[in-house]
Design a protein around this ligand. Structure first.
Ligand SMILES: [Ca+2]
Ligand SMILES: [Ca+2]
Length: 310
């Protein structure tokens, strides 16, 4: 029987140690993989929660709007109340409903035949001037959307203005407000200003403007020399007593400018609402904006897209 030598015992010990080290590495790798799998599963669960949270918020908004009084739309109604973020389990759902008829629709710059509307263009030029944006950019906006290739006005920009860009001029209506960044001359600060006064939605010639919700800059752009005092008085008065008809302005003596606004532009009834909802659960977050058109007693989704936040 052979005696075990010291060096053989040493080799056996090294082998055992190597085996222990291998097992340890495998255990660490396995724990790492388990942790990654667990984290992935958690992320999927959180993402599902945020989607469901946004869907719940949208359903609540739709219910609120469905119960709304159609006779007028004003800031004293349930849909206009800014609710605080709603806590749920380990997350929060926040949302708000905005009147989509409070802003000017950039797509109204063109008529149904795709030509610039001569009586709408000056309204946008006044609006741009109020926002300290070069009003000639309205011309570039018209060219981006109109079908022809003739530069419009003094600030027109047709296809030759886009030859050095990796895309061509659109020659069709806008699909979103962000699209203005593709147009010659526009930048991000201008887009941020436009968000406060303009909207992009399908146009049927003229998108009615609600006098109960439109901001001062929008109202003051509708005609030349609108008395600022009248508009300010009108905005103050509507906080406590929304207008139930355009005639209410006449009764209150705040209407000297109304007859100079394109016929049919002003309303007290909105035909669309923007619903914004954001859900946050731990590290997951999802926000959407949905444009709803009122059709009788029901609503139709005109657009629904991911948003950067509320
Ligand atoms: Ca209403
Ligand atoms: Ca064009």
């Amino acid at each position: 029987m052979a005696h075990t030598t010291q060096s053989e015992r040493g080799i056996a010990l090294v082998m055992v140690l190597a085996l222990v080290a291998l097992v340890a590495v495998w255990a660490v790798q396995s724990a790492d993989e388990d942790w990654v799998s667990l984290r992935r599963a958690e992320n999927m669960q959180l993402a599902a929660k945020t989607w469901l949270g946004v869907e719940s918020g949208e359903a609540l908004a739709l219910r609120t709007l469905s119960a709304d009084d159609h006779a007028y739309d004003g800031q004293d109604e349930d849909w206009a109340i800014e609710a605080p973020p709603f806590p749920v389990d380990d997350g929060v759902i926040a949302g708000r409903i905005e009147d989509a008829n409070r802003f000017l629709n950039l797509n109204d710059l063109l008529d149904s035949a795709g030509n610039a509307q001569a009586d709408v263009v000056p309204v946008f030029k006044r609006l741009f001037t109020r926002l300290e944006i070069d009003p000639r950019l309205v011309d570039a906006l018209v060219d981006w959307m109109d079908a022809d290739k003739e530069p419009f006005g003094s600030g027109g920009a047709e296809e030759s203005a886009y030859v050095n860009r990796p895309y061509q001029i659109k020659n069709a209506p806008l699909d979103s407000l962000n699209e203005v960044l593709l147009i010659q001359g526009f930048d991000i600060p201008m887009l941020e200003e436009l968000r406060k006064v303009a909207i992009v939605r399908p146009s049927y010639g003229l998108t009615a403007l609600n006098i109960n919700t439109a901001p001062a800059d929008v109202l003051l752009s509708l005609a030349d020399n609108i008395p600022q005092g009248e508009v300010e008085a009108m905005i103050n008065a509507r906080q406590s007593a929304p207008y139930k008809s355009i005639g209410d302005l006449t009764a209150a003596g705040m209407n000297s400018w109304v007859s100079r606004v394109k016929v049919g532009w002003l309303t007290v009834k909105s035909d669309a609402f923007m619903v914004r909802v954001e859900a946050r659960f731990e590290r997951a977050r999802w926000a959407e904006e949905m444009l709803l058109a009122r059709q009788g007693e029901s609503f139709r989704v005109l657009s629904r897209r991911k948003a950067s936040g509320l």
